[in-house]
Design a protein around this ligand. Structure first.
Ligand SMILES: Cc1cc2nc3c(=O)[nH]c(=O)nc-3n(C[C@H](O)[C@H](O)[C@H](O)COP(=O)(O)O)c2cc1C
Length: 148
């Protein structure tokens, strides 16, 4: 059965908690999904579809739990053959230029690897919402079936 792999980048647990809500939502839609907080490159290359949910740390940086995976993916450069993907970026617009920087890096790399972006990247601003999972699920409703 097709499985959506949810690849999580999180420092304080917000993105991880969003990923768990998203998994529950997808399951209610009949779409199997697995959450990875310590993803390997193969968790991306072997998936039917990939959903990256990542916060941004430092100044536009990828959270440490996802940094090595990103670097390995960029080095190995496995082409994704139009594998469907989408990126939900959690950030805080008070960081200015580096707002959602980690999500942007993922969106760019998965596009370069010839994945198929089934939706425009979602930016969730901590200045505007206290319930990021609602924004992410609302966004997903438009295209969830295209990820599986
Ligand atoms: C030390 C630190 C640095 C951050 N840097 C950025 C940043 O550069 N850009 C951004 O959009 N958000 C930044 N944020 C905001 C986080 O991405 C945001 O609060 C997010 O919801 C945290 O999710 P997490 O708990 O999954 O890590 C930063 C937060 C902290 C605490």
């Amino acid at each position: 059965m097709a499985t959506v792999n949810i690849i999580v980048g999180s420092v304080y647990g917000n993105a991880e908690s969003v990923a768990e809500s998203v998994q529950t939502f997808l399951s209610s839609e009949g779409i199997e999904a697995e959450v990875f907080t310590d993803a390997d490159v193969s968790d991306i290359t072997d998936a039917s579809g990939v959903l990256v949910i990542t916060s941004t740390t430092g100044q536009g940086d990828i959270p440490p739990n996802l940094e090595m995976t990103f670097d390995e993916l960029r080095t190995q450069f496995p082409l994704l053959g139009q594998k469907p993907f989408a990126v939900a970026a959690l950030g805080d617009s008070s960081y200015g230029e580096s707002f959602c920087g980690a999500g942007k890096q993922w969106q760019e790399l998965l596009t370069e690897l010839q994945g198929n972006p089934v939706a425009a990247m979602l930016e969730v601003d901590a200045m505007e919402t206290l319930e990021p999972e609602n924004d992410v699920i609302e966004w997903l409703k438009g295209f969830a079936s295209k990820l599986a």
